[in-house]
Design a protein around this ligand. Structure first.
Ligand code: ADP
Ligand code: MG
Length: 232
């Protein structure tokens, strides 16, 4: 698997949300897409998932244009939406069928996926009773239903309390073993435990593509510079 984002620009009327953004992702990577609120993370992720068409540029998966219809990429939206009256199992069955997974396949896949996201005991609970972390985990399960090689997750832990955050990070840590991951967050700390590579986006532009070690070195370097400056 190889994902290429080539010079993607996305403009809404006058607002350029993503500007000439390029990056590549290879099988087995877990990459953090880091940027402040309004940086363009959600917009970029929607373009990658083919939910939005780019104004300019293209997104290629193994050299071919990605297509939402082919369900090649698992997408976890920033605010996953479920019917509160459906159970976890019904939700996955419904969503799975909507996205073209065969019923027999779903019967086999759903218990396994619920187990993978730590919701085995909750298969018959209504989603309306779920905590924020449980909803995110159900969203991850849904994104994994058609066994994508790549999953993109939009701020999966940003809105969670510490317990929910821990649970979701643990699940992502497991998923990482078999799926390539692009995870967006506005908090570096959310990604630094699980990702090895970090792409920093600001005002729609890529400003860094780096490793954790380099990033930490840069931060200490910046701190050093600030300290040095304050001594002058
Ligand atoms: P992030 O996810 O990093 O917080 P977004 O991708 O949601 O950033 O937004 C990037 C910029 O694009 C923001 O200024 C936002 O207001 C703007 N934007 C996003 N979606 C739309 C839209 N549908 N119409 C107009 N502006 C939008
Ligand atoms: Mg966002």
């Amino acid at each position: 698997m190889r994902l290429e984002i080539r010079n993607v620009t996305k403009t809404f009327k006058e607002k350029t949300a993503v500007n000439q953004f390029s990056m590549e992702l290879q099988s087995g990577e877990c990459v953090g897409l880091i940027g402040p609120n309004g940086a363009g993370k959600s917009t970029l992720i929607k373009v990658i998932s083919d939910i939005l068409d780019p104004t300019e540029g293209e997104v290629l998966l193994d050299g071919k244009k990605i297509s939402l219809m082919k369900r090649e990429i698992g997408y976890l939206p920033q605010y996953p939406n479920f019917y509160s009256w459906m159970t976890a199992k019904e939700t996955l069955s419904f969503m799975g069928q909507l996205s073209g997974v065969k019923k027999e396949e779903l019967t086999e896949a759903i218990p396994k996926i619920l187990n993978k996201v730590g919701l085995s005991g909750e298969e018959n609970s209504r989603v309306g009773t779920f905590s924020g972390g449980m909803k995110q985990r159900l969203g991850i399960a849904q994104a994994l239903l058609h066994k994508p090689a790549l999953i993109v997750m939009d701020e999966p832990v940003s809105a969670l309390d510490p317990v929910g955050r821990r649970e979701v990070l643990n699940i992502i840590e497991e998923i990482k073993k078999e799926t390539t991951i692009l995870l967006s967050t506005h908090i570096l700390g959310d990604a630094e435990e699980i990702c090895e590579r970090f792409v920093i986006i600001k005002n729609g532009e890529k400003i860094e593509d780096t490793t954790l070690t380099e990033l930490l070195n840069q931060n200490s370097q910046n701190k050093l510079n600030i300290e040095m400056a304050s001594k002058d």
